[in-house]
Design a protein around this ligand. Structure first.
Ligand SMILES: Nc1nc2c(c(=O)[nH]1)N[C@H]1C(S)=C(S)[C@@H](COP(=O)(O)O)O[C@H]1N2
Ligand SMILES: [Mo]
Length: 169
């Protein structure tokens, strides 16, 4: 091989590595944006208030343990990070005491109704976004996030809505 051929091959390799590095950095930036844009909508009649993850985190973030009773498995203790669901509703300026229930809707069409009395209980119903120290993955990545309702007092986990996108009063 001539020196010129070697130089061309090396140059081509450098360009290829550069392109992959660029594409990968774009991919990571895109993922970060999705995380930061993990939005949740609180709805009351015609009124909608949208919260970002950054805003949610300022509503009384707490770390707690809860038992996940997944279908067909024995209960597993996990460490969750989230905020009390009632704090989000209050932040949306909704007078919670006038309501009967809160309906939580998820991207897969799952919906669950929570009674106002249980939503008002202390240290029971949370909107969580971390599990065991990691941000929850979204549904397409096999996770239960970016948000999941955790009901610490529930004996079963069937109302622990995964992939939550909307809270309606
Ligand atoms: N969005 C959504 N959340 C959901 C469900 C679902 O189908 N969709 N299933 C519920 C049920 S029945 C259980 S037991 C728990 C855990 O379900 P998994 O073991 O399938 O993750 O999630 C609950 N939350
Ligand atoms: Mo279940």
């Amino acid at each position: 091989m001539s020196k010129k051929t070697v130089a061309i091959i090396i140059a081509a390799l450098i360009v290829t590595v550069g392109i992959f590095a660029y594409l990968n950095s774009r991919h990571i930036a895109g993922k970060k944006e999705i995380f930061e844009n993990a939005e949740i909508v609180v709805k009351e009649k015609e009124r909608e208030v949208t919260f970002s993850l950054g805003e949610i985190k300022n509503l009384g973030q707490k770390e707690f343990r809860a038992d996940l009773k997944a279908s067909g498995k024995s209960p597993e203790q996990h460490n969750y990070t989230g905020v009390p669901l009632k704090n989000i509703i209050e932040k949306a300026n909704i007078n919670i005491k006038d309501k009967d229930q809160v309906v939580v809707r998820s991207v897969d069409g799952f919906a669950v109704a929570l009674g106002i009395n249980e939503v008002l209980e202390d240290d029971n119903i949370y909107l969580a976004y971390m599990i065991d120290g990691q941000y929850m993955d979204s549904r397409d990545k096999g996770g239960s996030g970016p948000y999941q309702v955790i009901i610490r007092q529930d004996q079963f986990s069937q109302r622990w809505a995964k992939y939550v996108m909307e809270i309606e009063l």
